[in-house]
Design a protein around this ligand. Structure first.
Ligand code: IPD
Ligand code: CA
Length: 262
């Protein structure tokens, strides 16, 4: 098995196991552990427990690899490979009992910096639906074994998704962005998990996705899924604290970029 296929298999196994734990904890009842950057930015005990599980599995299998996780910070890599992990993406959905949350695991080569790393392998598990999206660099992307491809035609307008920052001060700007893009849209979704938004673009369930202010763990796995499904992912304003990410098939990506990249 090639290296990227090996990383993909490992990410997949751990994402499935972690998804099972998240689902079990949700069924038992979820309690808020803390708020983070703003009162809307929450973490539950399950986020932390799931990240501990993922980190310990990776540490056991590949002790020299680096780690960048939403809840427990980082560890430097001695192998060149770093794991970028969001234990529960869509924590607000999770806390409210909505099914749109996911476990997102990516292996990247290079520094733990999305502007310079090369993503190698990805797994996004949607535990409630029992779906596993995976990708390996240069080999493709799959949903439970079925090869994925982005949509390339949007004759009735594009089905788009976006998200909003937790800081209320960002809402006006994000809504202005939505207003700019809406002429391209047949409709707009706000699913609440960036990793699922990107997985759904890869699977052709959405035509495109854009959002400002994502953290590396929100999109590390999903961006590789989109690229390995024939889509384009770009980021701009990366020096700001709220870079914009756009993901779609090549033609739609270009049309969204023209509207937003100014
Ligand atoms: C959030 C989700 C949400 C997106 C936010 C993210 P979290 O991640 O991906 O869809 O709009 O920007 O922070 O906090 O649930 O892990
Ligand atoms: Ca997240």
């Amino acid at each position: 098995m090639s290296d990227v296929r090996h990383l993909q298999a490992l990410a997949s196994d751990i994402a499935r196991e972690a998804g099972g734990l998240a689902r079990q904890r949700r069924a038992e009842g979820v309690s808020l552990a803390a708020t983070k950057t703003t009162i809307a930015d929450i973490v539950t005990d399950a986020d932390r427990e799931v990240e501990v599980l993922i980190r310990s599995r990776l540490q056991a299998e590949r002790p020299g690899d680096g780690f960048l996780g939403e809840e427990s910070g980082g560890a430097r890599s001695s192998t060149g490979v770093t794991w970028v992990v969001d234990p529960i993406d869509g924590t607000v959905n999770y806390a409210y009992g909505m099914p749109a949350y996911s476990v997102s695991i990516a292996a990247v080569q290079g520094d733990a910096d999305p502007s310079s790393w090369t993503a190698l392998a990805a797994a996004v598990c949607s535990p409630v639906l029992g779906e596993l999206f995976t990708a390996a660099r240069g080999e493709g992307a799959w949903l439970d074994g079925k090869r994925l491809a982005v949509n390339t035609e949007t004759p009735a307008g594009a089905l788009l998704a976006t998200g909003f920052g937790y800081d209320p001060a960002t809402h006006d700007g994000d809504l202005a962005t939505v207003r700019r893009v809406m002429p391209l849209a047949r409709d707009l979704r706000r699913i609440g998990s960036a990793a699922l938004d990107l997985s759904y673009v890869a699977a052709g369930r959405l035509d495109g996705y854009f959002e400002r202010g994502l953290k590396p763990w929100d999109f590390a796995a999903g961006a590789l899924l989109v690229e390995e499904s024939g889509g384009v992912v770009s980021r701009f304003d990366t020096a700001s604290d709220r870079p914009m990410l756009i993901a779609a098939g090549p033609d739609l990506h270009e049309r969204i970029s023209v509207l937003l990249d100014k």
